[in-house]
Design a protein around this ligand. Sequence first.
Ligand SMILES: [Mn+2]
Length: 357
Amino acid sequence: MKALKFFLRMWGFIVGMVLTFAALPVVECRAQVDDIRSAFIEEIGEVDKTTYVIGHTCPDSDTVCSAIAYANFKQKLNVKCEARISGALNRESEFILRYFDVPTPPVLESAVGQNVILVDHNVASQAIDGIDEANIVEIVDHHNLFGDIKSRAPVFYLRMPVGCTATIVRMCYQKNNVTIDRKIAGLMFAAILSDTDNLRSATTTNLDRQAADELQKLAEVADRTKFFLDMEREFTDYTGMTAREILFTDFKTFDAGGLRCGYSTVATLDATSRDEMSSRLENFMADNFSSTGVEMFFVKVHEIENYTAKMLAFGNGARETLSAALNLSDEFFLPVNLPNKKIARAISAILDRSRAA
Ligand SMILES: [Mn+2]
C-alpha cells in the first residue's frame, strides 16, 4: 500500500514536471524571439527591410543548410528573412541541395548596411566582408566563443555546445511549434550528418542524435548511413584536382614552439582510397615541401566508411613531433578519427615543450 502511494505520488510529480517543462519554453521562447527582434528592428528603424541569414566564408553544409532552414523558420514566424551564402558551395552541399531539390541561395557580397543573422560562426575573420558595418540581429552558433564580433544593439544570441548548428535550428522549430517541411528537414538532417561525421564525431551529443532521428523520418530518408556515404562520395571526389589543390582545400596554419605549422585535412571514402591518397600526397611532398611556406606540415587523411585516419608529417622533426604528440606507431594510423583541434593541440604542446627545454 505504502509503495503504491509512493508510486502514485511520484507519478503525479513526474507528469507535472513534464507538462510544466514542455509547455513553458514554447510560450517563453516564442515571446522572447519576437520581442527581442522587433525591439531591435524598431530601434534601428528598419522594420520593412529583409534580414539575411548567412553562415561563414568557405561555406560548409551546416553553414548553408542552417542558413536556409533558419530563414525558413523566421519566415514561418512572419519575419522578412532570406538565406544567403558567402561563396561557392562545396560538392557535398551541392549534392544535398540537389537531393532535396532546394535552390542555391544567392551570394551576399557585403554585409555593409544589411540586417544579418549569423549562423554557424561568431568570429569576424570567418564572416563576410563588411560585418563591422552590418546590423547583426541574431547569432545562432555551436562554436567556441571568441567574441570579436560587435553588434550595434543587444542581439538574440543562441549558442549551444552541440555537434551542429542545424540541431539548434531544429530546436527553434520545435520550441515554437513550427512544422518542418520535408525538404527543410532533409537539409538539417544532412547538415547534422556532415558536421558529426554520421553521428560518430566526439562533438556529437544526444540532442544531435535525437534531432537526426526525427529529421530523418520527416525527410523520408530510408537508410541514414547509405545517405551519408552517397553524400560523402561527392565530397571525397578529388577528380581533376592536383595534389597541391587537394592539400590546400581544408588547410589551416598555427604557430607552436616558434615554428610555423600547416595542417590539412583530406577526406576519402574507404581504406583503399585513404592509402592511395596518402601515397599520392607523400610523393608530391617529397619534391614540393619547400614550396608550402611552412616549417612543419601535418596532414590527416581520414576515411569515412570505418572512421579511421592516417597521419602524414613533413619537415624537419615533424614525424618525431607527431609520434610523441599522439603516441603513434610507425604507420601513423589512427584507429579512430580524432578531431583536428585535439591533434593540433597535442602537436603544439610537444613543440612548445621542446622549445622551452
Ligand atoms: Mn557547424
